[in-house]
Design a binder for this molecule. Structure first.
Ligand code: HEM
Length: 131
């Protein structure tokens, strides 16, 4: 669609000063996409698990090989992605009720949400003894 002269344009990324709420907004979209990729990865794992020992052996061989570290990192990334997206999604639901739009408080909550997702991820993987 052609723009008319002097028509206000939506500001692009380079016109914004970086701040926590901006980072959490970008991260929400990125984790939304990552959640799809992670859901496919978990599905592949579950299908191989359900298909019996031979099929699951393929998964175990992959994990024992050089790809194993990448698969573990992908699962850790997926844990962070779901944790962040869930916490920030709840924040979106609160925003939908018209609450929490003050700039300072929003920045603080963004940092708390990112930190919360890191703590949940570390809790599951380190405290849960998975790594
Ligand atoms: C594997 C599960 C999930 C997938 C694949 C997923 C994927 C996505 C994607 C792709 C978006 C669009 C992002 C954008 O275009 O900016 C989105 C937005 C959103 N998601 Fe999820 N999501 C998942 C789980 C959740 C959960 C558990 C919540 C919990 C509250 C949630 C809450 C939201 C909300 C509120 C939005 C809209 C944000 C906005 O208005 O900009 N999602 N999700």
């Amino acid at each position: 669609m052609a723009t008319k002269p002097h028509q206000p344009l939506s500001p692009h990324l380079q016109n914004w000063r970086w701040h926590a709420t901006m980072a959490s907004s970008i991260l929400h979209r990125a984790t939304g996409v990552a959640n799809y990729i992670g859901a496919v990865l978990v599905s592949v794992w579950l299908v191989l698990l359900a298909a019996g020992p031979d099929a699951y052996g393929v998964w175990e061989d992959l994990n024992a090989g050089p790809l194993g570290i990448l698969i573990t990192l992908a699962f850790i990334g997926f844990t962070f992605s779901v944790s962040f997206h869930l916490l920030n999604g709840i924040r979106h639901l609160v925003w939908d009720a018209g609450i929490g739009f003050d700039a300072k408080g929003s920045n603080l909550r963004s940092i708390l949400i990112i930190g919360g997702a890191v703590i949940i991820t570390a809790g599951i993987w380190i405290v849960g003894g998975l790594v």
